[in-house]
Design a protein around this ligand. Structure first.
Ligand SMILES: [Zn+2]
Length: 413
C-alpha cells in the first residue's frame, strides 16, 4: 500500500483555535487529516511531499454554523428588518406561506453553496419539510439534521412517530446525525416537547429548540396572554384548557426533561441569571444568532453574562428570513463590535470548536489539531499596523475565503 503523500500549507499566521496564533506557521495534512501543526521551520525538518506557501494569509479551521434553516434561503431580501419582534414574526409568517416546494428546494441548494462559499464546513440544519436532506447528503458539507416539530394543540401521548411519520423513516433511524427539534415553548405543547426529547434520548441524538428569543415568550408562559395567545388563536392552534406554567421558558423546558440530554437552544436573548445558571448546570448549548436578533428587533444576547455564568455557547446565522446572508464572519464582527472586552480569539472559538462540540463533532472538526479532519480555510489578512483579528474578521466578512482542504472538487455544493 502506498503511503499517503504529505502536503504542507504554510502561511504567515496559523489559527489553531485550541492554542495561540502561530506566526510563520504551517499545517501538514495527509489522507484528508491533519498530521502536524507548528512553526514552518519545525515542519521543514519532517518528511513532506509538497509544500505550498500561501504568504500573507491566515490558515484556520472551517467554521461551524450551529443554527440555520436552509429551506428559507429563498426569503432573502423579502422581509424587512423590524423594530418589534412581533412585527418581524408576522411578516415572516406571511412570506413563508407564499413559498412553494420548488422555492424550498432551490433555497436549500443555494444556502448550501453560500455556506461553503463563506467557509462553513459543518452546519446544523433545522428543517420543517425534510426537503433539504437530499441536498445536504449529496453536497459533501458536514451536517446535523434537525427535523422541527410544531403543535401547540397536539397534546396526545405516544411515540413521536405517531403524527410525525418521518421519525419512522429509514433516514431518521439510520442517520446518526438526524434529530428531532421542538420549534419553541410557545408553539409546541408540553406533551409534544416530552415526546421529542424522548425520541432523541432513545436514539442517542441531541435536541434543539428556539429559546428565549423574544420577551413575549416569557410573558406568554407567565400569563398565557399577549401576542402569542392572539397568534395561536388566529392560526387555529389555541387550546382553551392551556394553563400557563408561570415560569421562564428555560425552566419550563427543563421541567419537561428537555435538557436532560444534549440540547441546542437557539438565541437565548432573554435569559435571566437563574436561567443561565440552569442551562450551565445542564450543559445545554446556547446558539447565539446576533445578527438575526438585531434584524428582528428583539435585542442582543448578554454574551458577557452568559460566559460569566458558564453557559456553553456556539454561533449561528439563523435563516435568511431574519438575516442578510449566511456569513458567520459577519456574526463575529457584530459580537466583536458589541462586546469589545471579549478576546477575539474566544469569539472565533464560538464559530469553530464550540460549534463542533455542540454538534458532537469536536473529535474531528473545529480546530487545527493532529488527527482531526483537514477542513482548512485560507483567509487573506492584510493586518498592516492594525489588529490581526479585526483584519481576519473583515476579510472573512467580505467573503475572501479560500478552501485549502478538502479540495473544491470533493464538495458538490
Ligand atoms: Zn431559527
Amino acid at each position: 500500500m502506498n503511503k499517503p503523500s504529505i502536503i504542507i500549507h504554510q502561511a504567515r499566521w496559523i489559527v489553531p483555535v485550541t492554542g495561540p496564533v502561530i506566526e510563520a506557521g504551517a499545517v501538514a495534512i495527509a489522507d484528508g487529516h491533519i498530521r502536524a501543526v507548528g512553526p514552518a521551520a519545525d515542519l521543514r525538518r519532517q518528511p513532506w511531499d509538497a509544500w505550498e506557501d500561501h504568504g500573507d494569509g491566515a490558515i484556520m479551521p472551517a467554521l461551524v454554523n450551529a443554527h440555520t434553516h436552509l429551506e428559507l434561503t429563498a426569503l432573502r431580501g423579502r422581509i424587512a428588518a423590524q423594530e418589534r419582534w412581533q412585527d418581524w414574526l408576522s411578516a415572516a409568517l406571511a412570506e413563508m406561506a407564499t413559498l412553494t416546494l420548488e422555492d424550498l428546494q432551490a433555497g436549500a441548494a443555494a444556502g448550501i453553496a453560500e455556506l461553503r462559499r463563506f467557509g462553513t464546513g459543518l452546519v446544523a440544519e433545522i428543517s420543517n419539510t425534510g426537503l433539504s436532506l437530499p441536498a445536504l447528503a449529496k453536497s459533501g458539507l458536514e451536517f446535523c439534521y434537525f427535523f422541527e416539530c410544531l403543535g401547540f394543540d397536539l397534546t396526545g401521548a405516544g411515540p413521536l412517530e405517531t403524527g410525525f411519520p418521518i421519525f419512522a423513516a429509514p433516514a431518521a433511524l439510520t442517520l446518526t446525525n438526524f434529530s428531532a427539534a421542538a420549534h419553541a415553548p410557545y408553539s409546541v405543547s408540553a406533551p409534544l416537547c416530552q415526546r421529542i426529547a424522548a425520541w432523541n434520548r432513545s436514539h442517542g441524538r441531541p435536541s434543539a429548540v428556539h429559546l428565549a428569543e423574544s420577551r413575549e415568550e416569557e410573558r406568554f408562559l407567565q400569563t398565557g396572554g399577549g401576542f402569542f395567545r392572539s397568534l395561536l388563536m388566529l392560526r387555529g392552534r389555541w387550546r382553551p384548557d392551556f394553563q400557563p406554567p408561570g415560569v421562564s421558558p428555560a425552566h419550563y423546558l427543563d421541567s419537561l426533561g428537555f435538557f436532560a440530554g444534549p440540547a441546542l437552544a437557539a438565541h437565548g436573548v432573554w435569559l435571566d441569571a437563574a436561567d443561565r445558571k440552569l442551562l450551565a448546570r445542564r450543559g445545554a448549548r446556547v446558539v447565539l444568532c446576533p445578527r438575526s436578533n438585531l434584524f428582528t428587533g428583539t435585542g442582543l444576547p448578554n454574551l458577557t453574562a452568559l460566559e460569566a455564568d458558564g453557559v456553553r455557547l456556539a454561533l449561528g446565522t439563523d435563516s435568511l428570513a431574519s438575516n442578510h446572508d449566511l456569513n458567520l464572519f459577519r456574526e463575529l464582527e457584530v459580537l466583536r463590535e458589541q462586546f469589545p472586552a471579549v478576546p477575539p480569539g474566544r469569539l472565533v472559538r464560538l464559530a469553530t470548536l464550540n460549534g463542533a462540540a455542540a454538534l458532537g463533532r469536536e473529535a474531528d472538526l473545529g480546530s487545527l489539531d493532529p488527527g482531526k479532519r483537514a477542513a482548512l480555510l485560507l483567509v487573506p489578512v492584510d493586518a498592516g499596523a492594525g489588529d490581526f483579528w479585526d483584519a481576519l474578521l473583515a476579510a472573512g466578512a467580505m467573503g475572501e475565503v479560500r478552501w485549502l482542504s478538502p479540495p473544491k472538487e470533493t464538495c458538490h455544493a
